[in-house]
Write a protein that binds this ligand. Structure first.
Ligand SMILES: [Zn+2]
Length: 261
């Protein structure tokens, strides 16, 4: 049924997707608490459809868009249509690694969240993955979390139970370097540099929490933190998030103990 303008005021009904605001996620608590705020109407229109493994599914009765409210009832996000299938699989399965693979993940170590706490709800381990169907991913990240695999942009996202083997990646930076990138302070907007030096003496600038090296034929372990100061002859080594394959697993008690400290 097409709703005519006289019946359906686009500014009064529906979710932020169909009322023209176009948010892909917003703070659910703020929407509940801030009366008079532009987003306070959405809790009235989005309908709770079901409880999930973690969190809740909401739906918009106007445009049928599905929304995921996180386990902390804090952030609500659109479930993109392209992720609906994997979202369902995520909800229906228990996603844990075997003890043996978890021990390998532990020896590699999870890269910590940044100093501002971004990524605190994730435990992420860079590695190489062999899948049960025989595919090899040299730049893979095991991502343990309570969120479904819906917010990864265009990145390739799988579920952790498709893994046959976890092993160290030759492109993964050392524990020391990854820890240093997580400790880096933001010195200007979106720029939290860490300098590293290659075994050939080249200086590279990493920006923000970084797991893999990109701009070199050298292996990740051949880079060390560089304290020499000065970035005159340095090169940027930009991390291409969309070239990483993510394997999402369920959060488990003490998952944070995988992190490098
Ligand atoms: Zn809608």
């Amino acid at each position: 049924m097409r709703l005519s303008g006289s019946v359906f005021d686009a500014n009064q009904h529906g979710c932020p997707k169909c009322d023209g605001r176009g948010y892909v996620s917003f703070n659910w608590q703020m929407a509940q608490e801030r009366k008079g705020h532009a987003i306070d109407k959405y809790p009235k229109y989005l309908r709770l459809e079901r409880a999930l493994k973690f969190g809740f599914q909401y739906g918009c009765p106007v445009c049928s868009t599905k929304w995921f409210l996180d386990d902390f009832s804090k952030l609500i996000s659109i479930i993109p249509e392209s992720r609906l299938v994997i979202f369902e699989e995520w909800n229906n399965r228990e996603l844990y690694l075997s003890e043996e693979m978890l021990a390998i993940a532990n020896s590699i170590g999870a890269t910590p969240p940044d100093v501002y706490g971004n990524g605190g709800h994730l435990v992420e381990v860079p590695c190489e993955v062999l899948t049960r169907t025989g595919e090899i991913f040299e730049r893979a990240i095991l991502s343990f979390q309570k969120n479904p695999p819906i917010n990864f942009g265009d990145a390739d996202v799988r579920l952790i139970d498709s893994i046959e083997q976890v092993r160290p990646s030759k492109f993964s930076l050392s524990r020391e370097v990854r820890y240093a990138t997580a400790q880096a302070s933001e010195i200007r907007m979106c720029f939290s540099p860490t300098l590293v030096k290659s075994s050939e003496g080249d200086i590279y600038v990493l920006n923000g929490v970084t797991n893999f090296i990109w701009e070199s034929d050298l292996e990740g372990e051949e880079f060390s933190v560089f304290d020499g100061g000065g970035t005159k002859n340095s090169r940027d080594a930009i991390q291409d998030i969309n070239a990483i394959t993510y394997f999402v697993g369920d959060w488990f008690p003490h998952a944070e103990h995988l992190r490098i400290v």
